[in-house]
Design a protein around this ligand. Sequence first.
Ligand code: NAP
Length: 297
Amino acid sequence: MSENIPVNLYTIQKPLIGETAQNKRLTPLTRDPRNDVRHVMIRYKGKLPYRPGQSVGILMPGIDPLTGKPHKLRLYSVASVSVGDLGDSQTVSLCVVRHFWDNPKTGEKKIPGFTSNYLCDLKVGDCVTMTGPVGRHFLLPEDFKKRDLVFTATGTGIAPYRGMLKEMFEAGFQGRVWLYFGVQYQDVVLYDDEFETYRKHKNFFYVKAISREEKNPIPDVVPTRENRMYVQVKLCQDKKLLSEVLAKPDSMVYLCGLKGMEQGIFPVLDQIGRELKIQGTLVEKLKAEQRLRVEVY
Ligand code: NAP
């Protein structure tokens, strides 16, 4: 039961101090800093019993010059399996994009986000202060093995699925799983090699939505910014198949990534619900039956 999953073993007052074991760029150097995404592996001593779908907090050292206070805790989804990339339960990995923001008050543009840039710049051996693990919502259900699961991700929101899929296939997953993954360019599809190898499993379906290289052919049905190809368009194109999947009472839908993706995906789910002639909306039904998991920020 998810209530038994440990959370908050480490806090701001009592953090876990780890050390950077790896900082690997996942995207080509030819892409601009906005597409600089890192796989950061942190080694620790002691116990940090996390599951894919949980997050850890990162406490960047120093004072935030904007507030004059210590930097705020930032949460990052775990991108590794429960035993870590090295299999010894002594590492946790994160998938981090170098974040930039615009300040509407000052008009200043492309301001580097503190914690994401700090993580992207870590060198092997650098100390990292962590809290957590956090979250019991975005987990696989205990009885996942025979369920049909629809995973949707935008950008670094792919993090939890990397660990989940590995654990699912290692555990002899017998249901079907779809991974709908949206990124800007074909060469910034994070962990693409790993996901491609899962195609050997006949119950794995991998669908990429490459927003800046593919056009949305159904903008009247699923509107997207500048008619870009987004995951919700791919979901809509697979509507017939997904209605069969989502008609099953134990199938589940997961969303992870950019805040706002749910506003594009929910209407497509509701279209599917109308075809299924369910009472009310499909999103409400999935929520009520705890079959919908959303992690967007
Ligand atoms: P990104 O590169 O900005 O976007 C990924 C893809 O999503 C792009 O193809 C983008 O298209 C598309 N997209 C933009 N708006 C969309 C919408 N409304 N609906 C569907 N697709 C949309 O993503 P990112 O920079 O990696 O950011 C990922 C987000 O996930 C961040 O906000 C992060 O905080 C959050 N997140 C991260 C983690 C983690 O552990 N790292 C975990 C959970 C959530 P265009 O840009 O071409 O329009």
